[in-house]
Every structure is written in structure tokens, then in C-alpha cells.
Design a protein around this ligand. Structure first.
Ligand code: NAP
Length: 288
């Protein structure tokens, strides 16, 4: 935060359901402090029933913009004036920019996920096979990143098959060279697809702080050493899913790098300032 908040301070923030443990306020306020900017980033805990009212208040209170987090990334779209073209295809918004009362939705999770993988031992997505667990807003962004980078095959597993079906419908015609498979959580399919995969991503909310003893992959024998196992969750830093993957010899990555990289892209949309992602990530790791 800038040392002094005054009449010209631009307000930005994050809207979500359970955001007590969100690291976004820390990340953004550290950037603001480091660059002496007249911005302030606040957490806005919003119940589902109030989401529409909260989005309207962005205009009323002249808030410069917000991040949208779990579980509102898809639902928020109906309350916006515009959605940027590629974000419309993704069907999930994680950033809103307020330009003189016009609210536009963007998705910076796609680039955040890509950059976090490039960082991690330069994992090359092209011509690899991935399994994505989940079909909510985050899974949409992850799938889009993988397809944009030329993945050979992505297999999406979700409790509600209909939601996975919609992702396939959204993306198939845009990425004809990649195959998109969809499944409900069926043990035999999971076993076969994880065996062939190079990357396994948890894009469900299973394992977050309210469900520490839960994992989206109860059969830990399915992990293997040639997998990169990615959990989008960053609180806790090591979910049961990641701990079991590591014990099986897989490489692991949690959601913090993605959070930082998507955050700096959102910050750029609000402020025009480009920040070096690696530096911010290092700064946050030192604080936490
Ligand atoms: P969302 O849209 O609400 O989707 C939640 C997903 O989890 C859905 O696929 C849902 O399945 C599944 N799920 C939830 N509870 C389940 C259960 N008990 N059994 C089986 N499946 C279950 O949420 P989201 O925005 O995609 O976020 C998902 C996770 O990613 C959250 O933990 C979020 O914090 C994290 N995330 C992290 C970053 C980052 O930068 N690190 C970015 C985005 C999201 P159904 O469709 O069947 O309901």
C-alpha cells in the first residue's frame, strides 16, 4: 500500500466467497508499495446472492477493477457490460476493468498458468498429454492454455459430466489438432489416462483449507514418477494430493506461481504497469 491513502487513491480488489486466505491482497499491495503507486487492493467477501449487487457497486463506488475468484468466475459474466473476445471463448472471467462505468471482463488465468509452467523447469506443453481434474472456471483457463500451446491430448474428468462437455464444445472447433476427451470420475478411465499422461492438474476445489484431508485422486497408486503434478490450490501450500504425488516420485507444483503471474497481468490491465513475475514470486515466497 502507498504510505498515504488520499482522495486520488485508486481502489482495486478481489471478489470471492471465502477469501480470508487469499494471497492476492498481499501480492498486489507489495507491488503497489514497491512502485510507490497510489492504489490500494482490498478483499471483498461476497455471498452468492449478492454477486450482482457487488458487481454493480464497482461502478457506483468508482472502483478501478477487481479480480474474481472461486466460485464466481463463470457466474459473473452475466453482470458485465463486455467480455474481451478470447475470454468469451474461455467462458470464465477472473479480472474486471472499470473504464468510466463500462465493466469489461478478462481472463488472465490462461497466461498465468502458461507462465508458471514455463518457469517450472521449462515444461514444454507441445505434443504432451494432460489430465485435468475439474471443469469449473479454473479448468476452462487451464484447458485453454494447454490447447493454445499445442497439447496433443487433454482429458477432462469432472463430477458433473455436462460441464466437461461444454468445455469440449467451446474449444474443439478452435483447436482441431488436439484431442479433447471428457469423462466422469470413473476409475478405469482415470487409470488409463493418467498412465499415459505427462501432466496431471487438480483444477477442482478439493483439498482447499476446508477439506484438508480430501484429495481429488483417492487412489494414490495412479501417480507415477514421469508426471508433473500441478495443484491450482496454494492454501495449503502442499495439499494431500501434492504430498502423495511427491511420495510417488512425481514432480510437483502448487498454485502460487499461477496466482502471481495471473495477478501481475491483472495489475497491468488496471494500471498499465508491467511487473517482473519472477521478482514478485520471490518476494512473496520470502514473506510467506
Ligand atoms: P469452480 O468454478 O467452482 O469449480 C470447482 C470444480 O471443483 C468443479 O469442477 C467441481 O465439480 C469440482 N468440485 C468441487 N467439489 C467437488 C467434490 N466434492 N467432488 C468432486 N468435484 C468437486 O471453481 P474454480 O474457480 O474453477 O476454482 C477451482 C480451484 O482452483 C479452487 O481451489 C481455486 O482456488 C483454484 N484456482 C487457483 C488459481 C491460481 O491462480 N492458483 C486460479 C484459479 C483457481 P462440479 O462441476 O461437479 O461441481
Amino acid at each position: 500500500m502507498k504510505k498515504e491513502i488520499n482522495g486520488k487513491t485508486k481502489i482495486i480488489g478481489v471478489i470471492g466467497k471465502n477469501i480470508e486466505n487469499s494471497l492476492s491482497p498481499l501480492i498486489h499491495n507489495q507491488i503497489i508499495l514497491k512502485h510507490s503507486l497510489n492504489f490500494c487492493y482490498l478483499p471483498f467477501q461476497v455471498a452468492e446472492i449478492d454477486l450482482g449487487k457487488a458487481i454493480k457497486s464497482i461502478r457506483a463506488l468508482n472502483v478501478r477493477g477487481v479480480n474474481i475468484t472461486f466460485p464466481y468466475k463463470e457466474k459473473v459474466i452475466e453482470f458485465l457490460d463486455e467480455v474481451e473476445e478470447s475470454t468469451r471463448r474461455i467462458g470464465a472471467v477472473n479480472t474486471i476493468v472499470n473504464n468510466k462505468g463500462i465493466l469489461t471482463g478478462y481472463n488472465t488465468d490462461v497466461i498465468g498458468f502458461k507462465k508458471s509452467l514455463q518457469d517450472n523447469g521449462k515444461f514444454v506443453i507441445k505434443e504432451k498429454k494432460a489430465v485435468v481434474l475439474g471443469a469449473g472456471g479454473a479448468a476452462r483457463a487451464v484447458t485453454c492454455s494447454l490447447l493454445e500451446e499445442g497439447i496433443e491430448e487433454v482429458s477432462i474428468f469432472n463430477r458433473t459430466l455436462e460441464k466437461a462437455k461444454k468445455i469440449k464444445q467451446n474449444f474443439s472447433s478452435f483447436f482441431p489438432r488436439s484431442s479433447i476427451n471428457i469423462f466422469s470420475f470413473e476409475q478405469n478411465d482415470l487409470k488409463e489416462k493418467i498412465k499415459e499422461a505427462n501432466l496431471l492438474v487438480n483444477a477442482t476445489s478439493i483439498g482447499m483449507e476446508s477439506q484438508l484431508d480430501n484429495t481429488p485422486l483417492p487412489d494414490k497408486k495412479l501417480f507415477h514418477p514421469s508426471l508433473l503434478v500441478y495443484d491450482l490450490i496454494y492454501h495449503p501450500a502442499r495439499t494431500l494430493f501434492l504430498r502423495e504425488a511427491e511420495r510417488a516420485g512425481a514432480k510437483i507444483i502448487n498454485g502460487l506461481p499461477m496466482l502471481v503471474y495471473q495477478g501481475i497481468e491483472s495489475f497491468y490491465l488496471w494500471s498499465g504497469l508491467k511487473v517482473e513475475g519472477k521478482e514478485v514470486l520471490e518476494m512473496i515466497r520470502q514473506i510467506k
